[in-house]
Design a protein around this ligand. Structure first.
Ligand SMILES: Cc1cc2nc3c(=O)[nH]c(=O)nc-3n(C[C@H](O)[C@H](O)[C@H](O)COP(=O)(O)O)c2cc1C
Length: 498
């Protein structure tokens, strides 16, 4: 029989067997009702998210990131011009759009350098850390990310003069090999510093945090995509190496606890922060959290105002933040936005007289310099970016982070898939992007007539609250909590009207 004869026989057998199987099975109604043809539904469902971006979507319709924003990150990562032709694509009258007020006489940019006043974390500690770029890499664990992705990020921040966070999954050999400055994150799972029963081990922590490459440490209370739930690493992604680094079994999903065994209230958290600082040899120590209101942050602020210890920095993650894997109900409905979190935290810290003693770092769907500048204007000293940096590594928003099938080799442990990600090439992109976000912020700073990112304030911004109505951010987010609470009702009315 010729080769095509075999091909036809094979295809016909597949069709007949597949049809009979579909007719007899009871699990999938569509396949039972439409034998064989119904299978294409699952193929298209799988191919839909990665292909949609090429064929169907407009520049503004994709979620969580529009093609416009992803495109910005791709261009920035390649070191290409980020100008756009023909004017804005964003509806200028759309509720939620934030506008900066341009200065009539901008700060001259000819010969201007992009240097900013360094932000010092823990200025009074024995090992303070000076941050020289507005945006750095947010926590994403080795495990959620492939080793090539971690290597590229670490090399990239080293090239750029920035830093990255380890994420919950501890410090891996790839963080160390890349050589970039590192913030060690201690999550409820205590990966890298845990006893066999999962509790905190001082000696192991001292060993990891004492490394020269670790510049700061922070406790993770929660992340925006899943407050109240610990990290989830699906078992498909747990390799032998990850199991060894984390100290976990391979035969089941790795669920970190949703809270720390070492403390259960604000004072307990602060004592733990102080303990970590002592064990780290005096490095800056902070915590990461998600806000739902002002009570918790006020307790922290009151402590800081009256003491010289406590956190050196607080990372506020907005509800719009990303993750490798999260339950939809938490991702969609738990916690408040980065914008509101920053306004609350900044207000409360000022009211309690603690603002000068602690730095605020914001994260939550920040991609461009404008996003970063808005966060700075609302109260952040710095920002962290996670998914923006994934775009530099080649992420196409295929939404497969939780399956181990990430087609770009970033959020997978498949050797075959990660083979496609060249850490050397991608590290240059990470460096370019980090500089591009910083440069974009500096461009806005000058357009506002200012000299340093720390000078951006709410008074420089306004928000479209309904078509044809623009309200100053000082009105939407007034700088006193009393006034702020009073505006909540108004704001809710505004948005529901729009
Ligand atoms: C793949 C992935 C893994 C993450 N892993 C962690 C983690 O281990 N610890 C953590 O605190 N946050 C983690 N995050 C959340 C980010 O650090 C960040 O808080 C959040 O994504 C907001 O940033 P973005 O909007 O710039 O992505 C992860 C996010 C992603 C996308």
């Amino acid at each position: 029989m010729p080769w095509w004869g075999w091909l036809i026989t094979f295809a016909a057998t597949w069709l007949v067997v597949g049809t009979i199987f579909d007719l007899l099975q009871t699990k999938h109604a569509i396949m039972r009702n439409y034998p064989f043809l119904g299978r294409f539904r699952y193929i298209f469902e799988k191919l839909g998210p990665p292909l949609r971006q090429y064929i169907v979507t407009s520049d503004l319709s994709e979620r969580p990131f529009t093609r416009l924003h992803r495109g910005w990150a791709y261009q920035a990562a390649k070191g290409l011009s980020n100008t756009q032709p023909f004017g804005t694509q964003i509806d200028q009258d759309s509720p939620g759009v934030i506008k900066f007020s341009p200065a009539p006489f901008p700060t001259p940019d000819l010969h201007a350098k992009d240097d900013m006043q360094p932000v010092i974390l823990g200025p009074n500690r024995s090992k303070p850390y000076a941050v020289t770029h507005v945006a750095n890499v947010s926590g994403m664990s080795f495990g959620a990310l492939s080793k090539n992705a971690v290597l590229a990020l670490s090399r990239g921040v080293k090239l750029a003069g920035g830093y990255m966070s380890s994420g919950e999954g501890s410090v891996s050999p790839y963080h160390l090999e890349g050589g970039g400055d590192l913030f060690y994150q201690v999550g409820p799972g205590k990966f890298g510093c845990r006893n066999e029963d999962g509790t905190f081990n001082d000696e192991k922590f001292r060993e990891v945090a004492g490394r020269e490459q670790i510049k700061a440490v922070y406790v993770k209370l929660a992340q925006g995509a899943k407050p109240g739930k610990g990290g989830v690493l699906p078992k498909e992604k747990i390799t032998e190496e990850i199991a060894r680094i984390r100290g976990i079994p391979r035969d089941r999903d790795c669920h970190s606890p949703n809270c720390h065994a070492e403390f259960s209230d604000t004072l307990g958290l602060i004592r733990f922060v102080n303990r970590l600082r002592g064990l780290s040899g005096g490095k800056p120590v902070g915590f990461k959290c998600v806000l739902g209101g002002e009570e918790f942050i006020r307790e922290v602020a009151q402590y800081i105002a009256q003491h010289d210890d406590g956190p050196d920095f607080i990372v506020l993650d907005g509800a719009e933040g990303g993750t490798g894997a999260a339950p939809m109900s938490l991702a969609d409905h738990m916690g408040i936005s980065l914008q509101e979190s920053l306004a609350i935290a900044d207000n409360v810290l000022r009211e309690e007289g603690a603002r000068d003693k602690v730095k605020l770092i914001g994260s939550g769907r920040i991609v461009t310099g404008a996003h970063a500048a808005i966060a700075l204007g609302l109260g952040a000293d710095l920002v962290h970016i996670a998914r923006g940096f994934m775009f530099d590594l080649g992420c196409i928003q295929a939404l497969q982070c939780n399956t181990n099938h990430c087609p770009t080799g970033i959020a997978t442990q498949s050797k075959w898939l990660m083979r496609g990600l060249d850490p050397t090439d991608k590290s240059r992109r990470v460096c370019n992007y980090l500089h591009a976000v910083h440069h974009d912020v500096m461009m806005i700073v000058r357009a506002l007539g200012l000299k340093d990112p720390s000078e951006i304030e709410r008074k420089h911004m306004s928000m479209i609250v309904e078509p044809g109505r623009r309200v100053a951010l000082t009105e939407i987010y007034p700088t006193s909590m009393k006034a702020f609470r009073a505006t909540r009702v108004i704001r809710r009315a505004d948005f529901s009207a729009a």
